[in-house]
Design a protein around this ligand. Structure first.
Ligand code: ATP
Length: 299
């Protein structure tokens, strides 16, 4: 288990990460979100000991993390970098050996991982002959092939098309099933919502959200209403407590409510003649929560 305890790091007068705490149990995934400059990469660099914290501690399985744990980590940095003139195979073996793995252990896994990520090319091809997306997949493989116990991925989905993003998602989930602790940053809330168990949102180094993804969503209340009934747009707009009504292409409406209870009045009015095809009250999506929190002045 990874435990981050009260981590603080300043650069000069600017506090890039302030009193950050979270933990990641084996077999779970934590999503770290926040706008540009929020402190995500700094957090990763602190965990990896590339930077020294001003305060706070990082523990691995009940002890402060040390040198020997660094071989257990798979890290995908934000700045991607491979050796262009070296073959895929030699590259993967080189990075795995740097992490204390033997050629014998890794060599048989190369084909399996290249197939899993559908890398277009042979393992003897030089990296520079691959497309950008395929180079990125090779780098992901080099991060994951030694099946690290702690996986840190800085923006792993950026630059991948939807099909490859799906392959990566499956790759991450398979390592979760094998019991790895996984942390990744993303600007794509859909990925975060689909695969993360926990979520931490940073804003200017401060923690503005920290918890279980579905609990965070529920804590905002079911203020989104999707309805299809005989009620017209203006009738819906006239209910007290309705903030916004958007007409959808299929003639249903998406409403933003000031509080979940407003839905009860609308339900009563919409169903006074009986059956309606749709009435679905949901908490805001992570995307909406992200925008709300990012926009708060003192968030
Ligand atoms: P992005 O989404 O753009 O990658 P981020 O959330 O990863 O952003 P960080 O790279 O952690 O953000 O940066 C957090 C803040 O710390 C920024 O204001 C950045 O300018 C500052 N910062 C990061 N590293 C250094 C450094 N080595 N020296 C000075 N300031 C730094």
């Amino acid at each position: 288990m990874l435990e981050v305890k009260h981590l603080t790091k300043s650069f000069g007068d600017y506090c890039a990460v302030e009193d950050l705490s979270f933990q990641i149990e084996p077999g779970t995934i934590l999503g770290l979100i926040g706008q540009n400059g929020a402190g995500k990469t700094t957090t990763f660099r602190l965990i990896l000991n590339f930077l020294t914290a001003d305060h706070g501690e990082i523990w691995w399985n009940g002890q402060p993390i040390g040198k020997k744990e660094y071989n257990l980590i798979g890290y995908l940095p934000e700045e991607r970098g491979l050796y262009p003139k070296i073959s895929i195979q030699d590259q993967l073996l080189y990075f795995a050996q740097l992490r204390g793995r033997t050629k014998k252990e890794i060599e048989p896994k190369i084909d399996e991982w290249m197939t899993r990520f559908q890398v277009k090319g042979k393992k003897t091809d030089k990296v520079k002959t691959l497309s950008k997306g395929n180079q990125q997949k090779v780098q992901l493989i080099s991060t994951l092939i030694h099946e690290p116990k702690l996986i840190i991925l800085d923006e792993p989905f950026s630059g991948l098309d939807p099909v490859n993003a799906e392959l990566l998602k499956e790759g991450i989930l398979s390592l979760k099933e094998k019991g790895s602790c996984i942390i990744f940053s993303s600007h794509n809330m859909d990925h975060v919502e689909k695969i993360c168990d926990h979520l931490v949102m940073l804003k200017n180094g401060q923690t503005v959200l920290n918890g279980v993804v579905h609990e965070i969503r529920q804590s905002f209340g079911r203020t989104k209403l999707f309805i299809e009934s005989d009620l017209s747009q203006s009738e819906l707009e006239n209910f007290a407590g309705v903030k916004e009504v958007i007409k959808k292409e299929d003639d249903s409406f998406e409403l933003t409510l000031l509080s979940p209870e407003v839905g009860e009045n609308i339900f009563a009015a919409a169903t006074k003649n009986g059956y309606i095809p749709m009435f679905n009250q949901q908490p805001p999506t992570l995307e909406e929560i992200f925008k709300l929190k990012a926009g708060e002045i003192n968030g």
